[in-house]
Design a binder for this molecule. Structure first.
Ligand code: G6Q
Length: 556
C-alpha cells in the first residue's frame, strides 16, 4: 500500500486544508443558509448535525474520497462476513453477530454461529426472568436484591455504562453494583451495601484469568463463605460469564450457571454478548434485546447507507480531519444527560484501546497521528469546570455533544435549561465573539473607555471551534444501542483509514505480565535489583519503610 500521507486523497486534503484553514464557520453559515440541511444525517430518531464543523462540500468530498481510497466499504463487508481482520490475533471480529436480528446465518470458519448466539440469549432470558420474578432464590429462600458485576475493562465498562444510562428501566428493588479495581476498597465498600443471602455475583471475564477480576471474585467468595459457611450455597449466588468454561468450573461455578461467549468477540465489544448478563438482570431481557435491536439498526445503516449519509463514516472522517490536518490531540465527549455520565469512560476504552496504535497493518511505524485522547464529562457540569479551555485555550478540541430532545424526567424547566445550555455552548464555540462585539457589549453595560481597553482582549473569543451535535428523542435501550454501535463503527472506520488493527491490545497484555513479575518481587524478603533503578527503588522503599506494617497485617 502507498504511504498514507503520500496518497492522492491525503495530498488533496492537505492542499484543501491550506485553502480552508483560515475560513471562519461564522462566514460559512452566513454564505450558506442550507448548511444545517446539507451537513446532517439521520437514523430513526437520531439526528447528527455536523454543520458546525470546519468543512464545506469540497472538504467532505475529499474526505469521502479518503474513505474510498482506504477501502472502508470492503473492510466493513469483510468484518461483517467474518473474515479474520484481527490479524495479530488471527481472529474474526463479529460482535455484530450478537445483535444480528435478520434471521440470516453468520459464519465463522464455515460454521453458522447464530444457533449458539440464540441459545445463550435464551439462557440469559430464562435465568434473568427467574431472578427477577423471584423464582430464583438465595440459599435461604431470600429474593435476589443486589447484582454485583465483578469484571474489568471490557467486562465492566459496557454493562456499567448501560446500567447507569438505563436506570429508569430497572426493576424496582433491584440494584446493580460494579466492582473492577484491584484496590480492595472497591469490593469492600460495595459489600458494605449488600447482604449475602440476597446478592448474586456475576463474575465476568472473557479469559477468567484477569488478575483483578480473579482477586475480587475470590475475595467476594471468601466474604460469602465467612458469613454463610455453606459451600453448597455458592451455586445460588455466583454465576460466570466467560469463554473459559473450564476455569469457571475450577472456581466452583457449574456449567449450568455459566454464560458462554466466544473469542470472536473482543472484550471492549462484548456488552452485546453474555457480558450483558448484568444488564439483562437489572433491566430485563426485553430491554436488553431492545438494546440489541438498536445496535442492529445502526449495523444496517452502516452497511447500507451511502458513505455520504453514513453517520459512523461521517463522524470518523471528521475526526481524521481534525486529528491529522489540524493536529487536534484529543476529542471530547459531552453528553447532556446525567444518565450518560459514564459514556466518556466507556468511549475512552473503545476508542483509545482500539486505535492507540503506532504500528500499521504491514508492521511499519506510522508517520501520522492515530487515535485521539478521548475525554469528557456530562453537561452542564463540564461547563463549570473545563469548558474555559475549549473556549479560549490554545488547543483545538473537537467535541461531540449528545442530547435527548425529551427528558426521562420532565420536571419544571430542567430540560429546557439543559437543552439551551447545550446549544448555547456549541453556538458560542462556533461563533466566538469579535473584538467589536465585545466592545459594544461592554459599552452597553456602561463601562468607560479606559476599562474597556484594559480588559477587552480577554473578552474576545476566536470561535471556529468544531462540534457535532447528536440529538435523539429519548434515551431508551434501543436508542442507546444505536449510539454505542455508532461509536464502534466510527472507531472501526478510523482504524481502517489509518491502516491499523483496531482489535488487538498488546499494551494491555504487557501491563498484565509486568504486574505479575513485580508482585512476586514484592513478596520476596530483602531488596531486589532486577528492574530499572526507579522500579527497584520503589519496590525496596515499600518493603523497607513499611515492612513492620505489612508483617502486622499478614495480608497485603
Ligand atoms: C478489551 C480488553 C480488556 C479486557 C480486560 C478484561 O478489549 O481486552 O479491557 O476486557 O482486560 O479481560 P477479561 O474479560 O478477560 O477479564
Amino acid at each position: 500500500m502507498t504511504d498514507l500521507i503520500e496518497s492522492k486523497a491525503w495530498q488533496a486534503l492537505k492542499e484543501h486544508y491550506e485553502s480552508i484553514k483560515d475560513v471562519h464557520m461564522r462566514d460559512m453559515f452566513a454564505d450558506d443558509p442550507q448548511r444545517f440541511e446539507e451537513f446532517s444525517a439521520s437514523l430513526n430518531d437520531i439526528l447528527l448535525d455536523y454543520s458546525k464543523n470546519r468543512v464545506n462540500k469540497e472538504t467532505m468530498s475529499h474526505l469521502f474520497a479518503l474513505a474510498r481510497q482506504g477501502h472502508v466499504e470492503e473492510w466493513r463487508d469483510n468484518m461483517f462476513a467474518g473474515e479474520a481482520i484481527n490479524s495479530t490475533e488471527d481472529r474474526c471480529v463479529l460482535h455484530s453477530a450478537l445483535r444480528n436480528r435478520s434471521g440470516k446465518p453468520v459464519r465463522v470458519n464455515g460454521r453458522n454461529v447464530m444457533p449458539k448466539v440464540k441459545a445463550v440469549l435464551a439462557h440469559m432470558r430464562d435465568f434473568s426472568e427467574q431472578v427477577r420474578s423471584g423464582e430464583w432464590r438465595g440459599y435461604n429462600g431470600a429474593r435476589i436484591k443486589s447484582i454485583v458485576n465483578i469484571g474489568i475493562g471490557g467486562s465492566d465498562l459496557g454493562p456499567h455504562v448501560v446500567c447507569e444510562a438505563m436506570k429508569p428501566f430497572a426493576q424496582r428493588g433491584l440494584k446493580a453494583y460494579f466492582v473492577s479495581n484491584a484496590d480492595a476498597t472497591h469490593l469492600v465498600e460495595t459489600l458494605k451495601q449488600v447482604e449475602p443471602e440476597s446478592t448474586l455475583f456475576v463474575i465476568a471475564s472473557k479469559t477468567f484469568t484477569t488478575q483483578e477480576t480473579m482477586l475480587n471474585a475470590y475475595s467476594a467468595r471468601k466474604w460469602f463463605m465467612d458469613l454463610v459457611g455453606n459451600e453448597k450455597a455458592i451455586e445460588k449466588h455466583f454465576v460466570a460469564v466467560t469463554t473459559n468454561i473450564e476455569l469457571a468450573e475450577k472456581f466452583g461455578i457449574n456449567e449450568a450457571n455459566t454464560f458462554e461467549f466466544w473469542d470472536w468477540v473482543g472484550g471492549r465489544y462484548s456488552l452485546w454478548s453474555s457480558v450483558g448478563l448484568t444488564i439483562a438482570l437489572y433491566l430485563g431481557m426485553d430491554h436488553f434485546e431492545a438494546l440489541l435491536e438498536g445496535a442492529y439498526d445502526m449495523d444496517q445503516h452502516f452497511k447500507k447507507a451511502p458513505l455520504e449519509k453514513n453517520i459512523p463514516v461521517i463522524l470518523a472522517l471528521l475526526g481524521i480531519w481534525y486529528n491529522n490536518f489540524f493536529d487536534a490531540q484529543s476529542h471530547a465527549i459531552m453528553p447532556y444527560s446525567q444518565y450518560l455520565e459514564r459514556l466518556p469512560d466507556y468511549l475512552q476504552q473503545l476508542d483509545m484501546e482500539s486505535n492507540g496504535k503506532t504500528i500499521d497493518r504491514n508492521g511499519h511505524r506510522v508517520n501520522y497521528l492515530t487515535g485521539p485522547i478521548i475525554w469528557g464529562q456530562s453537561g452542564t457540569n463540564g461547563q463549570h469546570a473545563f469548558f474555559q479551555l475549549l473556549h479560549q485555550g490554545t488547543k483545538p478540541v473537537p467535541a461531540d455533544f449528545l442530547i435527548p430532545a425529551l427528558s426521562q424526567n420532565p420536571l419544571g424547566l430542567h430540560h429546557r435549561v439543559l437543552f439551551s445550555n447545550c446549544l448555547a455552548q456549541t453556538k458560542a464555540l462556533m461563533l466566538g465573539k469579535k473584538y467589536a462585539e465585545a466592545v459594544d457589549e461592554m459599552t452597553h453595560q456602561g463601562f468607560d473607555k479606559e476599562t474597556i481597553e484594559e480588559v477587552i482582549q480577554h473578552k474576545v473569543f476566536d470561535g471556529n471551534k468544531p462540534t457535532n451535535t447528536i440529538i435523539f428523542e429519548r434515551l431508551t435501550p434501543k436508542t442507546l444501542g444505536s449510539i454505542l454501535a455508532m461509536y464502534e463503527h466510527k472507531v472501526f472506520v478510523q482504524g481502517v483509514i489509518w491502516n491499523i488493527n483496531s482489535f488487538d491490545q498488546w499494551g494491555v497484555e504487557y501491563g498484565k505480565v509486568l504486574a505479575g513479575q513485580i508482585q512476586k518481587d514484592l513478596s520476596k524478603p530483602g531488596d531486589v535489583d532486577n528492574h530499572d533503578a526507579s522500579t527497584n527503588g520503589l519496590i525496596n522503599y515499600r518493603k523497607r519503610v513499611y515492612f513492620d506494617e505489612i508483617e502486622k497485617c499478614g495480608v497485603d
